[in-house]
Design a protein around this ligand. Structure first.
Ligand SMILES: [Zn+2]
Length: 73
């Protein structure tokens, strides 16, 4: 009698770093590059990651309906 309710519930984007690559610039600044469209954003921790989240949200919003993530990779 194992209920199947657990482990199917992982829809939330908890971190942007699954989808962005973090790297340093010449002057020590922090950049985040989107793995899918290669767009880069500044990503110092003091700036937060809200703009990265915004970008992902926009990207994912484009492909509602169709199977998720089919175009990625
Ligand atoms: Zn992107």
């Amino acid at each position: 009698m194992n209920g199947g309710l657990q482990s199917t519930n992982k829809r939330k984007i908890s971190t942007v770093w699954d989808r962005f690559v973090k790297h340093r610039g010449e002057n020590g600044e922090v950049w985040a590059t989107c793995k899918y469209c290669k767009k880069t954003y500044r990503a110092e921790s003091k700036r937060g990651t809200s703009n990265l989240h915004k970008h992902l949200k926009k990207m994912f919003a484009k492909q509602t309906g169709r199977s998720r993530a089919a175009n990625f990779g």
